[in-house]
Design a protein around this ligand. Structure first.
Ligand code: SAH
Length: 232
């Protein structure tokens, strides 16, 4: 028998699932138009972009913008990157299920989640403690058990778990931090925006061959600056 309470519950349930479908449709449209439509072709990357719920990585007042292809403010002067750039940087490191990846600049945790859909393990470092803590909680709640977040200065990398198959840096550095190159596996790939703070940077792909960095300029980008806790 339908009691008023069960009718109300059914109504609320249908509202929730309707909402979920709306986000799914918007995500699909974003991927079709801006990710696949602009040349991202790695199936694993496209699947990850279709799966990760970007609206759960942005502040409440930005949720309506979550499936637009641009960066959004996430507080403390930081941003969640543009979806196309996240997909591009993920594709460029050639992610495979066996890989262990280091990310510098956890921010909202979105890029880490996209990586975690594809690779075995993601280590990610964030310098703003509030973001680090929030992202760690969010990733845990969403079930990303293969991501470990650390609050600290990513300049030094994360020696304990090195070497990494790939490194993704999501803040604009003035130059490539030498410890990151040291912690990259031979044959590994690093993607990093390099250039002066508050100006256009160049997104660079660095491949480590015989211990040396072989670099390639990919495209101009604008990321928030790579900051340092101490200049050492
Ligand atoms: N990958 C993020 C976007 C990050 S924005 C996402 O998907 O949401 C860049 C982040 O890098 C910011 O949160 C900033 O605080 C952080 N950051 C800047 N310099 C850093 C450093 N030296 N070490 C670790 N994180 C840093």
């Amino acid at each position: 028998m339908f009691t008023p309470v069960s009718v109300l519950l059914l109504y609320l349930l249908s509202l929730f699932s309707l909402q979920a479908d709306v986000y799914k449709d918007r995500r699909e449209a974003l991927v079709k138009r801006h990710i696949e439509g602009r040349g991202i072709s790695d199936k694993a990357v496209l699947d990850a972009m279709r799966t990760v719920e970007r609206h759960k990585f942005v502040p409440q007042d930005q949720v309506s913008q979550a499936y637009e292809d641009h960066p959004l403010p996430i507080g403390y002067g930081q941003t969640i990157s543009q979806p196309y750039i996240v997909a591009y940087m993920t594709q460029v490191i050639k992610p495979k299920p066996h890989m262990k990846v280091l990310e510098i600049g956890t921010g909202s945790g979105y890029q880490a989640a996209v990586l975690a859909e594809i690779v075995r393990k993601v280590y990610t470092i964030e310098i703003v403690p509030e973001h680090g803590k929030m992202a760690a909680e969010r990733l845990k709640k969403l079930g990303y058990d293969n991501v470990e977040v650390k609050v600290g200065d990513g300049y030094k990398g994360w020696e304990e778990h090195a070497p990494y198959d790939a490194i993704v840096v999501t803040a604009g550095a003035e130059s490539v931090p030498p410890p990151l190159l040291d912690q990259l596996k031979e044959g590994g790939r690093m993607v990093i925006p390099v250039g002066p703070a508050f100006a256009t940077q160049s997104l660079m792909l660095i491949e480590k061959r015989k211990g040396k960095a072989v670099t390639k300029n990919l495209m101009p980008v604008i990321f928030v600056p790579f900051t340092r806790s101490e200049k050492k």
